[in-house]
Design a protein around this ligand. Structure first.
Ligand code: FEO
Length: 400
């Protein structure tokens, strides 16, 4: 019988049964101008298995897509690869509806689901490397702690070669297209990089290990099915290669300038520094924080070699937007950056020192004690901005 929402087949035995969130514009502070999807998957066969669920308000959409393939009551098992609420928010209600024989999760997944959902659900633990046989489906578990939460795991459906990778290889992108090859590769790369920078960057050392472990396991992956964004079927090697590179955090000849301004003086300094960097062959991104999201800053910093911070002093402090972005970036633990702070002030000028301290705390190697200008920068001050740009450029890798 037709249903309001239909499933999309992604392999012989697997359907996408997720939900599309066209409206969301902030995902716990991560700007999502293109919305997102919460992907869930249905494996059919002797037993029907649901892999992950969706954010709570999207339960009806999930249920409808499941019902377009099977009677929801026929679902025998749920595998929870990741317990964050965007993937488990509708789990308790789904359990009430479908009454599965078993719910599987990693040991930390069991703890998190019980703590998050208070639903009295009974979760069966899956060990790292364990292979579950559910009817005629064979699912192998690879624990991926901290990618993205301590509970996270990948599961691999051996029969179809589908790797369910929860947040791994995901992106926030709402689209009617379900597959990578139906979308612009540049858009996919941008959104995948932004997702990596904002969600996974702090765990890069673990991602390096995971990439190496996946290589050793040599699973015959034909499809990568993440919990956000499109399913990968044509560019699997490409996205895995990108992850390998991002996890290394190798600096490139790219600089990111973030700044805010009260009376356009710090702005003038930022513009001249950008001009100087460009003249030195540095690919430069300028992000005025009055109109840039912190998650866009993180996305630009991902492959950068330098971070420059421009801040006026406001009431003896950093300008608030700089404090926001620097706090956010610190949590993401970017590596291998050089940097400098600059800014105009009227009375006391502490903000540049504070920005430098924040950069140092983040592990950024400072190339300057900080460039402070009183009130409006004159030509001499602007030439000092250019000198700062040259110093930064000298510390970046040569263009390849
Ligand atoms: Fe998409 Fe970590 O949740």
């Amino acid at each position: 019988m037709p249903k309001p929402y239909e499933a999309v087949r992604i392999s012989d035995r697997v359907h996408w049964v997720g939900a599309i969130d066209w409206e969301i514009r902030s995902f716990h502070g991560y700007g999502t101008p293109r919305g997102t999807t919460y992907n869930a998957y249905l494996i059919t066969g002797e037993k029907v298995i649901l892999v992950d669920t969706v954010k709570a308000p999207f339960r009806e959409e999930l249920l409808s897509r499941v019902a377009s393939v099977v009677d929801p009551g026929d679902v025998s098992a749920i595998v929870s690869n990741h317990s964050e609420m965007d993937h488990s928010g509708s789990l308790v209600e789904m359990v009430d509806i479908i009454r599965p024989e078993a719910i599987y999760a990693s040991p930390m997944g069991k703890k998190a689901l019980e703590a998050n959902l208070h639903g009295g659900i009974d979760v069966t633990v899956v060990k790292d490397g364990e292979t579950l046989t559910i009817g005629d489906a064979t699912l192998s578990a690879v624990h991926t702690a901290m990618i993205h939460w301590p509970d996270s795991m990948f599961t691999f459906l051996q029969e179809d070669g589908v790797l369910f990778s929860q947040d791994g290889f995901g992106m926030h992108l709402a689209s009617t297209e379900r597959f990578d090859d139906e979308l612009d590769p540049a858009l996919l790369e941008y959104e995948a990089a932004k997702y990596y920078a904002n969600i996974l960057l702090p765990y890069s050392p673990l991602i390096k290990k995971l990439v190496s472990r996946m290589g050793e396991l040599d699973l015959p992956v034909k499809v990568v099915a993440p919990d956000h964004g499109p399913v990968w079927r044509s560019s699997i090697a490409r996205v895995m290669g990108l992850y390998e590179g991002w996890a290394e955090q190798r600096p490139t000849r790219k600089a990111v300038i973030i700044y805010d301004t009260m009376w356009h003086s710090t702005e003038k300094m930022a513009h001249v520094i950008a001009d100087g960097l460009t003249a030195e062959g540095v690919s430069t991104r300028v992000l005025p924080l009055g109109s840039s999201e912190r998650s866009d800053v993180a996305a630009e910093v991902l492959e950068a070699g330098a971070l420059l911070v421009g801040t006026p002093t406001m009431n003896n402090n950093l300008f608030p937007s700089l404090a926001d972005s620097l706090t956010y970036l610190k949590g993401l633990r970017p590596k291998n950056l050089v940097g400098a702070a600059f800014g105009s002030y009227g009375w006391s000028g502490e903000a540049v020192d504070q920005a430098n301290a924040a950069l140092e705390e983040m592990g950024v190697e400072l190339v300057s004690p900080g460039l402070k200008v009183v009130y409006v920068p004159d030509e001499e001050a602007l030439l000092a901005c250019r000198e700062l740009a040259a110093k930064v450029a000298a510390r970046l890798p040569a263009a390849t």
